[in-house]
Design a protein around this ligand. Structure first.
Ligand SMILES: [Zn+2]
Length: 156
């Protein structure tokens, strides 16, 4: 799956989140052969829990996708994997990328308020970090930004 195709799928996951009233961000993890091994979308309302009722403020798309990928691979180490996400990861998710040693981060829209992969902070490339994932931003940027803008416009 190419980055472009993966982002198409991540956008569909983001749309699922929006349908649930969640901020529309979608993510997936590709293995070394480009196969999808984990998916996630924002679910702070608790939609990923079995009882569908336990709020989870940390249930960002990236965290859920990397958890699913680790479960699928049977290891926490995602060094051969690529995280694809519609929005530039926040500090928590960029930190989560360091914990998983994910090899590459591909994101869509830049986040001028909370972006931690180059916009406000640059956690993956912080000189204190031994492990530095490759980072590619701006993949299908306009579509990724639009789904967020539409969501917040509708809530106003
Ligand atoms: Zn996040």
């Amino acid at each position: 799956m190419t980055n472009d195709e993966a982002m198409e799928r991540a956008l569909a996951l983001a749309a699922d989140a929006a349908a649930d009233g969640e901020v529309p961000v979608g993510a997936l993890v590709l293995d070394a052969d480009g196969r999808v091994i984990g998916e996630g979308r924002n679910a702070r309302g608790g939609q990923t829990h079995d009882d569908h009722a336990q709020p989870d403020p940390l249930a960002h798309a990236e965290v859920l996708a990397m958890r699913a990928a680790a479960a699928r691979l049977g290891t926490w180490n995602l060094a051969d994997c690529t995280l694809v996400v519609t929005l530039e990861p926040c500090p928590m998710c960029a930190g989560a990328c360091l914990q998983t040693h994910v090899g590459r981060i591909v994101f869509g829209a830049w986040d001028a308020k909370l972006g931690a992969c180059g916009s406000i902070w640059d956690i993956p490339r912080d000189p204190h970090v031994g492990h530095a994932p490759e980072v590619y931003g701006g993949v299908r940027e306009a579509e990724c930004a639009r789904i967020l803008a539409d969501f917040f416009a509708a809530r106003r």
